[in-house]
Design a protein around this ligand. Sequence first.
Ligand SMILES: [Fe+2]
Length: 385
Amino acid sequence: MPFYHKLGRIPHKRHTIFKKPDGSLYYEQLFGTIGFDGMSSNLYHEHRPTQVKEIKGSYSVKPKIATENNIKSYRFRGFQVVPNPDYLESRKVILTNSDVDITLASPQGSTKDYFYKNADSDELLFIHKGTGKLRTHLGNLDFKYGDYLLIPRGTIYKIDFDDEDNRLFIVESRRPIYTPKRYRNWFGQLLEHSPFCERDLRQPYELETNDEKGDFLIKVKKQGEIFDMVYATHPFDVVGYDGYNYPYAFSIHDFEPITGRIHQPPPVHQTFETDAFVVCSFCPRKYDYHPESIPAPYSHSNIDSDEVLYYVDGDFMSRNDIEAGHISLHPAGIPHGPHPGAVERSIGQVETEELAVMVDTFKPLKLTEDALGIADETYYKSWLE
Ligand SMILES: [Fe+2]
């Protein structure tokens, strides 16, 4: 998505004759977003990508809402989400609104007998535990601990894990996910003050091209339902493409923290944006170097955004009793801040090892039944002296 990429074989000119060795034609597809206005790629298939053989039915995967209107701070114990052998069944939506689903997953196995496509949402997968390969019709990406995988809507994919111990934090966004606009120039290039640059973004490197006919199941997610669609040709049959619309990877360990003499606000940690939420990366860094600085954050009244913090690794200086895999939810409408003792504890500290992913949504989040199953119902009183 962020800059031009070319993989495989493509003809000299778009929308011109491109012949296979036997003289027949490859089939072109424009794979784009936001109508014809957003980023797109031009793909060349062995077969027409339109050959639906059968629609076997559909089933709902809409999250079951437990709390519609929430004003309570929560802690969720993310690693209590039960592992599941199937990738899609392992995904449990914890928090949701009309813009975004925030999901935890502990898949034990690779997608074997189906392909998957999210037709509604860009998917941002954060790999907390696990290694493997994301395989898509636009090429493959290897992943490991700390990787963000950004999968644009419409991408057909499979995910292969190397073993059974996997933990993912997933953000599904109805609006496209981009890098922050303020870090890009008018050509789209990431600027010098950006905490990462194009060199840090890994593009698909390996194109699987299968010239195969048969029955190929693609599970297509659309408006909260999964449609089981059988195609007559292999979904990975692209011989080449070029353009801007493709999945990519970015390691949180390649995020270069922005620091200062006094406490820097959350936007310095911003990594991705949409017009409905932001994603920030809190990475190991030196603390503020003013001689009288207080490294812990100040209390703040995020009156119009819900703050979700997913704790990955290291120490979590401003919180008491927080472990890796926990999620805190600080809802819009009430102030929140460091736990008792955290401010005092932070004075004189020179660095932090914390690693966390934050999602701030501009609309309030609803809690699902799966969220309540792993919730600490007493967390909202944890600031009492
Ligand atoms: Fe906050």
